[in-house]
Design a protein around this ligand. Structure first.
Ligand SMILES: [Zn+2]
Length: 200
């Protein structure tokens, strides 16, 4: 069997990755406690993208469980969560961290997942007027019983990962989240690794 292609997403950055239908995508947190934002786009024909709100509605959960799907804005199946080899939780309620978030924290010109998404897409010749909300892998921000939303330090151990299967040809963008003024990513922002096992 062919060795999987390995892409390293350095700390506080993002990478665009094209995958084919049937490919397996493993998103790995080598050092632990590192949130990884994931986006998926269908770029042949009409632009479509992974929609966290459609996914919540269709799977009737805050996050799919193994065997369930991530859906697009048009309600199409984009990805299947094949395996969750992390303790979770994962998040589908938050937007990407962006420049405004860091400015509110007194940190202007800080790296952020939104800019890293847009830069990765620009490298693929795609310009979007908005950023879809990402899937925040390994983000520990489950709603509290009283409805409060708090982002706590990720509990993902070193090597924790999820495996997804592409159900269409997709352009993925994966970031290693940039938050370093809050315990979201533990003590330090670290890299994310992505392994692609080709279906072919
Ligand atoms: Zn982020």
């Amino acid at each position: 069997m062919q060795e999987p292609a390995r892409i390293v997403v350095p700390p506080q950055s993002g990478r665009a990755i094209r995958v084919k239908r049937g490919d397996l995508i493993r998103v790995i947190d080598p050092r632990g406690q590192q949130v990884s934002d994931l986006w998926a786009f269908s770029t042949d024909g009409k632009l479509d993208w992974l929609s966290t709100s459609q996914t919540r509605d269709i799977v009737e959960r805050l996050f799919p469980k193994s065997g369930e799907h991530f859906y697009s804005a048009a309600g199409k199946i984009m990805l299947t969560l094949v395996e969750d080899a992390s303790p979770g939780p994962h998040d589908m309620l938050y937007p990407a961290c962006d420049n405004a978030l860091y400015e509110r924290a007194g940190l202007p010109n800080h790296p952020n997942c939104r800019d890293n998404l847009m830069t990765a897409l620009a490298g693929e010749g795609i310009e979007l007027p908005f950023a879809p909300d990402p899937v925040d892998l390994f983000q520990n921000s489950l709603p509290q019983p009283d409805g409060t939303l708090v982002v706590e330090a990720s509990i993902n151990p070193p090597g924790g990962y999820v495996t997804l299967r592409a159900e269409q040809d997709l352009l993925l963008v994966v970031t290693a989240c940039s938050v370093d003024h809050h315990p979201t990513n533990g003590d330090a922002c670290t890299e994310i690794e992505v392994e692609i096992s080709s279906a072919a």
